[in-house]
Design a protein around this ligand. Structure first.
Ligand code: ADP
Ligand code: MG
Length: 372
């Protein structure tokens, strides 16, 4: 039986959830971010690897230009400021799935700063719809790690073994970090839905949460309604669907309220979500920044995004869902419902527009496509 956290109007009138999301998107480049090995999901383990990906001594990384362009695209789509001078740092830690012993990431000076994503959400008490902008703190580029496959997974035939598949190591990622400005599970779900739609429109990520090409960590704290300071945050990981992200927000909100009201103290920690029970479990207390010994990677030159390069990426930007939605509701006069459905996927929107080149009966065309 799956337990769902239900938030009573009483709890909602006394406490407010404060949520920030960290979303990782695997970029759809053909090769890895610093090497020529294929960036492909589902291949035989350890076939898409190279000496660079495995961090052999004496090898040198080279930055994939496409990965930079993809990050610029999402930044432009979100109205972020694009950083022109980009440096990658080594984030040092030991883990079996990290063959180099460090992850290359943008520690300081992320490629996109600020910006936001417009979402429509519903008030959990009144049910009223409203629009809000989920503010982005930044978007940065980094490389993915390999994958540990523990026993019980299909590839591990013996028990008590962990196997390592380095195919994923070096896959380009963008990490989109929001401000702690999300207030409800619905806002979190709507934001993720919009991000997934955006990256698909932009052709930079397939947005598949089950396969892990889009991943989301949820940071939650609570505060008394009306307070403006931030409480101690807890990070929840292992969320493989938008629905589970929403469940995790509510269940963590409720856990913190109950803990606080019973006289307990919230500790800053990382928890893992169990989709079967709808509850989260403590994984580890949060490590501090200094442990990673960040320093600029000496093997990579800084990337400078020239005016010409930026203008070129801007010129090649695909049409965005918000623009199409605007067009469908004004020029074609469609109701919000139709426009929202038809702009959900780019292919469908393009098909509708193609149909509209043959008729001016736009509403009938919409009905026909939606099968009504
Ligand atoms: P860390 O260094 O622990 O990763 P960051 O400051 O980078 O923390 O924030 C990570 C995410 O957590 C961001 O999305 C941010 O909005 C969110 N966050 C930060 N503080 C809080 C808080 N008190 N409550 C909820 N979310 C928070
Ligand atoms: Mg973080």
């Amino acid at each position: 039986m799956v337990a769902e956290a239900t938030l009573s109007p009483d709890v909602l009138s006394r406490y407010e959830a404060v949520v920030g999301l960290e979303v990782h998107c695997q970029l759809l480049t053909q090769s890895k971010i610093f090497a020529a090995d294929a960036n492909a999901y589902g291949a035989e383990p350890n076939t898409n690897i190279s000496v660079i990906t495995l961090g052999y001594p004496g090898t040198l990384p080279k930055l994939n230009r496409k990965a930079v362009e993809f990050a610029i695209r999402i930044g432009l789509a979100c109205g972020s400021e694009i950083t022109r001078h980009n440096v990658f740092a080594r984030k040092n830690y030991f883990y079996p799935d990290l063959p180099k012993g460090y992850q290359l990431s943008q520690d300081k000076g992320p490629i996109c700063v600020g910006g936001g994503v417009l979402v429509k959400a519903k008030d959990p008490i009144t049910g009223q719809s409203y629009q809000t902008i989920i503010q982005l703190h930044h978007i940065h580029l980094e490389e993915d790690a390999g994958k540990s496959i523990h026993d019980g997974d299909e590839w591990a035939t013996q028990s008590s073994v962990t196997r390592l598949d380095y195919n994923r190591a070096g896959t380009p990622l963008i990490e989109m970090v929001t401000e702690p400005c999300i207030r409800t599970a619905d806002e979190a779900g709507q934001y993720l839905t919009e991000v997934r739609r955006l990256v698909r429109y932009l052709d930079i990520c397939d947005g598949n949460m089950e396969e892990g090409s889009l991943r989301c960590d949820v940071n939650v704290s609570i505060r008394p309604k009306g307070a403006t300071n931030l409480g101690t945050k807890v990070e929840v990981k292992n969320l493989n669907s938008i629905r589970n992200v929403m469940r995790a927000v509510d269940s963590e909100f409720l856990r913190q309220v109950e803990l606080t009201e019973s006289g307990g103290r919230i500790v800053q920690e990382t928890r893992t979500f169990d989709a079967a029970t709808g509850l989260s479990y403590a994984m580890r207390e949060k490590e501090t920044m200094n442990d990673y010994r960040y320093f600029p990677d000496p093997d990579l030159t800084p990337v400078v995004i020239s005016d010409a390069w930026l203008a070129d990426v801007q010129d090649r930007m695909p049409v965005l869902p918000a623009t199409l939605y605007q067009k469908f509701t004004t020029i074609y006069g469609l109701p919000d419902y139709d426009a929202a459905l038809l702009t959900d996927a780019k292919e469908l929107a393009e098909y509708y527009e193609a149909v509209c080149t043959h008729t001016t009966n736009y509403k009938a065309a919409s009905n026909w496509i939606m099968g009504r």
